[in-house]
Design a protein around this ligand. Sequence first.
Ligand code: CMP
Length: 147
Amino acid sequence: EKERTLAIIKPDGLFGNHSDRIKQVILDSHFNIAKETVVQLDEESAATFYAEHSSKSFFASLINYMTSGPVLVMVLEKENAVADWRHLIGPTDAREAKITDPQSIRAMCGLDLQKNCVHGSDSNKSAEREIAFFFKETSSDEAVANH
Ligand code: CMP
């Protein structure tokens, strides 16, 4: 059964011109890019998106990073999309990724634990919340950005 997940190419990924390469990996891995939009998050929307991390020591820095430039947001579709996308991006810490999973997207374009280039939903439940956060569901396949 087809599943959906939310992928984000973070500001460092866009600034570093990694999006074409990342999209190629996505398509080579048989995901369908169902929706996509480029958005500049403001502090409020970034804080809402990352609400579960609001008590963490790195929260302010995370919000600063995620609002430092535009992000490319995509809905990816395939069987087992959530787990397969998480596998493809590799561990959260891009420095660790370069050692343990050098083929992963974070190894390819991430820098460290915070500047890790891409995001992936961690569960089906998160995926549905995160997709609804960025996209209005419409009868057509047209992407309507909420932010
Ligand atoms: P992401 O998978 O998008 O989810 C939360 C983000 O917070 C994570 O990627 C990193 O960008 C960032 N993050 C997670 N842990 C830390 C940490 N310990 N220090 C700094 N940033 C972090």
